[in-house]
Write a protein that binds this ligand. Structure first.
Ligand SMILES: Cc1cc2nc3c(=O)[nH]c(=O)nc-3n(C[C@H](O)[C@H](O)[C@H](O)COP(=O)(O)O)c2cc1C
Length: 154
């Protein structure tokens, strides 16, 4: 299954660890929303958007990428890391996906080391995250996506 993951991981590279855990064991195309140029996503069967949470949402680079480049009719999965894992941080990206005529088929989030603002003064929160169990969790989540479950392992 031809998969692309568009990611934004600008704080500590936390989200990139989730993406890399998937890429270690699967053929996926990784696209950095902040530095890689526009790509045609129409040839991908499955698309992931991955981001740290900044101000309660996915990063602007990923949101913009989805807005400008996500084709209609694609299964989409969401990955994120955040300082305080409570509440939903996927409303904005989810709305873009739906408005583009595609659909979210799953999401996975976990804590990520956070030294933003006042947290820097206390040495940060969610230290050591994502940890190995959480990066393994991202890979397991990917394996279990409904569109992938029927496939033989690559
Ligand atoms: C500018 C900024 C805003 C943030 N806003 C939130 C937030 O609203 N909620 C939250 O739980 N974490 C917030 N965080 C923490 C990040 O989501 C967390 O550290 C995440 O793992 C960063 O991912 P990255 O290293 O892949 O960029 C914020 C961090 C930064 C730098």
């Amino acid at each position: 299954m031809n998969t692309a993951i568009i990611y934004e991981s600008k704080h500590h590279g936390n989200t990139k660890k989730l993406v890399d855990a998937i890429a270690r064991t699967h053929e996926v195309t990784l696209i950095d929303a902040l530095t890689d140029g526009a790509r045609d996503l129409s040839g991908y069967d499955l698309i992931g958007f991955a981001s740290g949470v900044y101000g309660g949402k996915f990063g602007k680079g990923v949101l913009k990428y989805a807005q400008n480049h996500l084709p209609a009719d694609k299964p989409v999965f969401l990955l994120y890391t955040c300082g305080s894992p409570r509440g939903s941080y996927t409303a904005a990206i989810g709305e873009i996906v739906r408005k583009k005529g595609s659909r979210v088929i799953g999401e996975y989030g976990c804590p990520g080391f956070d030294t933003f603002g006042p947290f820097k003064l206390v040495g940060g929160i969610a230290k050591g995250h994502p940890n190995a169990a959480e990066t393994d969790g991202a890979a397991a989540f990917f394996d279990a996506l409904p569109v992938r479950k029927q496939e033989p392992r690559e």
